[in-house]
Ligand binder design. Structure first.
Ligand code: COA
Length: 190
């Protein structure tokens, strides 16, 4: 294994519609985030089951702390999404499983219901991709459940290629069935 240097992305990225701010673990931040997650549970849980583990502001604090740890290690970079027009926290996005040896990363994002359909998810993707360029990442990928039409549209509009479908890849507790996951990726030319 080569000793590849870690290059961290910017902690604050200002876009046209949104700003990405590094996840920071404070109790005030945990309370703000928990309130949004709690109000959007029914819109998030069908596609992001891990939100079920966030039951209290304390759980949110622990999550934010784990984000800080991953940021320090260089294995994951998680942001809050702030709506520029209102300065409100409206969602989150992340580069995770970052490998500087392979120059790869997985990406993910979520938005409060009221912030959807406004182009924020696409801009978050563009902003994260620009950071990936600076970090030398050559492959960005994401796993999307086959029924997650909004996310599939988002990936396709953003120029990601469908590379395949992993059948029965994950137990979906909310639907009590195994689900198929599509894998989308964007890669740099060799
Ligand atoms: C995925 C997510 C971040 C996308 O954000 P968004 O603001 O909805 O994205 P967009 O505005 O680009 O809209 C997505 C597209 O899907 C379409 N869409 C959304 N819900 C749909 C549905 N139920 N059926 C059909 N089309 C749908 C929209 O019309 C739009 O298509 P268009 O651009 O051709 O008009 C957001 O939907 C979300 O937070 N979902 C829950 C969390 C999640 O699934 N995260 C991704 C996990 S892989």
């Amino acid at each position: 294994m080569t000793d590849s240097p870690i290059v961290r992305p910017a902690e604050k990225i200002v876009g046209e519609l949104i700003t990405l701010e590094k996840n920071v673990a404070t109790f005030k931040e945990a309370e703000r985030r928990f309130a949004l997650i709690d109000a959007n549970r029914e819109h998030l849980l069908p596609w992001m089951a891990w939100f079920a583990n966030i039951k209290t502001p304390e759980d949110t604090y622990d999550y934010l702390k784990s984000c800080e740890d991953r940021w320090a290690k260089g294995s994951g970079f998680a942001y809050g999404i702030i709506e520029n027009a209102t300065d409100m926290f409206v969602g989150g996005c992340v580069l995770m499983d970052v490998s500087f040896e392979n120059k790869t990363a997985l990406r993910g994002s979520w938005l409060a219901k009221s912030a959807r359909g406004k182009g924020y998810a696409q801009e978050a993707g563009v902003l994260m991709e620009a950071q990936c360029d600076k970090m030398g990442i050559q492959r960005i990928s994401t796993f999307v459940e086959t029924g997650n039409i909004a996310s599939i549209r988002n990936m396709e509009k953003s120029g990601y290629t469908l590379e395949g479908t992993l059948r029965n890849d994950k137990w979906c507790d909310i639907r009590k069935t195994f689900c198929d996951m599509r894998i989308y990726a964007k890669v740099k030319e060799r």
